[in-house]
Design a protein around this ligand. Structure first.
Ligand code: SF4
Length: 371
C-alpha cells in the first residue's frame, strides 16, 4: 500500500510514523510550492478556499509519484472542511486517477482499522497500538522543538541559525524508528537549539499572537513562513494553534486541550453565538487572551472565502477597540505575494514598536482591557 496525505506544517512527521508503523509505504509529496498551488487551483472550483487547492495539488503530486491510496481527515464541521476529502477524491477520479481512499472521520473506524490487516506486522491491534504510541510521541516532540525555536529565534546572533537547528532537529525526529529514538532525537534537537548563540537586547522582543484559520497559521507555504520572518525581525510569536493540538483534539486524550476548547467557546459566545465550524473560537478568545497577557499585537491569518474567519474578521475590530490591542488581518489566496505580506508585517512591527515606546515600554493592551 503506497499511502499519501496532504501537508500541513510538520504534521507529516507523526502521520508518516503512524502509517509506516502499520506497514504502509508513505509517499510524501514535496512541501507545497507555487506549482502545487497552481496544480490544485487548475482542478478546484474557483471560489473554494485556498487550503482545498493546496491539498488538491499535494494529492495530485502524490499520485504522480505513485501513491495508490490517499488519506484525508474529514469531519462533521459546518464549514467546507467536512467535505474536503470526498470532493477532492471525486475531482481526482474524474481527472482519470485510480486510487483507494481513507477518509478519517467519514469512513467507519472498523474499516479504517482493517485496511492495514495485510500490511501490518503480526497482530493488527498490537500494530495499531505501537503505531499510535510513536505517532503521539513524535507529535509531542515536534511541538516541543517548534516551541523552543520560537523562543530562541528573536534573540539569535546569526540570522538563520535557529531555523537550521530546527530543521536538523525535526528531520532527526522524522527519522526516529521507535519511541526511544524519538526521545533521544528530541533531547538532541532541544540541546542544539539551546546552544544557538544569542545577543543581548536593550528591550525584550515584541510579543505577537498569531491566529486564524488553522491551515493558514500552520502551513509556511501559505503564509510565506510568517513565523520565521517575524522571528528573524526580532519578534516573538505565539500561535494559538499547533499541529499537536490539531492531531490530539479529536482524540480527546489531552485534558488540557479539551478544557482550553471549552474555555475558548465560552469566551467567544458574547461575540459569536453559534459554532461556525472552524477555528472562530480560537481566533476570538486568542485575541482577548493576547490583550490580557499584554502582547503587543495580534496577526490574524485567513484564506480568501473562508466562511468562519471572514465572520471573525467583522468581529475583531470591536475586540481591538474594547481591549486596545492592534490586529493585523492578512487575507491569503493564490495571488498573495510575499512582498505584499512582508511590507505589511514591517509596517505592523513599526506600529507595535511605536505603541510600546509611547507607553514607556509597558503594554497598552493591559491598561485598556475590560477584563
Ligand atoms: S475553516 Fe475556512 S478555509 Fe478552512 S475549510 Fe473551513 S471555510 Fe475553508
Amino acid at each position: 500500500m503506497r499511502v499519501s496525505f496532504p501537508h500541513m506544517g510538520n504534521s507529516y512527521i507523526p502521520l508518516s510514523a503512524l502509517l509506516s508503523n502499520l506497514g504502509a509505504e508513505v509517499v510524501l509529496p514535496p512541501r507545497p510550492t507555487s506549482r502545487t498551488i497552481d496544480l490544485g487551483a487548475l482542478h478546484a472550483p474557483e471560489f473554494v478556499c485556498l487550503p482545498f487547492k493546496v491539498n488538491l495539488g499535494d494529492n495530485l503530486r502524490a499520485l504522480e509519484m505513485g501513491a495508490d491510496t490517499l488519506a484525508m481527515v474529514s469531519g462533521m464541521w459546518a464549514c467546507r472542511f467536512g467535505y474536503y476529502g470526498r470532493v477532492q477524491h471525486q475531482i481526482l477520479r474524474d481527472a482519470g486517477f485510480t486510487f483507494d481512499s481513507i477518509l478519517l472521520g467519514r469512513d467507519d473506524l472498523g474499516s479504517v482499522f482493517r485496511k492495514f490487516r495485510n500490511t501490518a506486522d503480526g497482530n493488527l491491534a498490537a500494530a495499531w497500538l505501537r503505531a499510535f504510541r510513536v505517532f503521539r510521541r513524535k507529535a509531542a516532540a515536534v511541538d516541543a522543538i517548534e516551541r523552543e525555536a520560537r523562543a530562541k529565534r528573536p534573540l539569535e546572533r546569526d540570522r538563520g541559525a535557529t531555523s537550521n537547528a530546527l530543521e536538523a532537529g525535526l528531520s532527526q525526529v522524522h527519522r526516529a524508528r521507535d519511541t526511544r529514538e524519538v526521545d533521544t532525537s528530541l533531547a538532541e534537537g532541544l540541546e542544539a537549539l539551546r546552544s544557538v548563540e544569542t545577543d543581548e537586547r536593550d528591550e525584550p522582543p515584541l510579543q505577537v499572537t498569531v491566529l486564524g484559520e488553522i491551515f493558514a497559521v500552520l502551513e509556511p507555504s501559505l503564509n510565506f513562513d510568517i513565523e520565521r520572518t517575524l522571528g528573524e525581525s526580532g519578534v516573538a510569536t505565539h500561535p494559538v494553534l499547533s499541529v499537536y493540538r490539531w492531531l490530539m483534539r479529536p482524540l480527546k486524550m489531552d485534558l488540557g486541550i479539551t478544557l482550553d476548547e471549552l474555555r475558548a467557546r465560552r469566551a467567544t459566545r458574547p461575540y459569536i453565538a453559534y459554532v461556525l465550524g472552524g477555528e472562530e473560537h480560537q481566533t476570538i478568545s486568542g485575541t482577548i487572551n493576547a490583550a490580557r497577557k499584554g502582547h503587543d499585537g495580534v496577526i490574524h491569518l485567513y484564506p480568501f472565502t473562508c466562511m468562519p474567519e471572514n465572520i471573525c474578521r467583522t468581529v475583531l475590530p470591536r475586540i481591538e477597540e474594547e481591549y486596545g490591542i492592534p490586529v493585523l488581518n492578512i487575507c491569503l489566496d493564490e495571488h498573495a505575494s510575499p512582498t505584499g505580506v512582508s511590507t505589511r508585517l514591517e509596517a505592523f512591527i513599526d506600529l507595535m514598536r511605536q505603541r510600546r515606546k509611547s507607553a514607556g515600554g509597558r503594554s497598552t493592551s493591559l491598561e485598556r482591557s475590560p477584563g
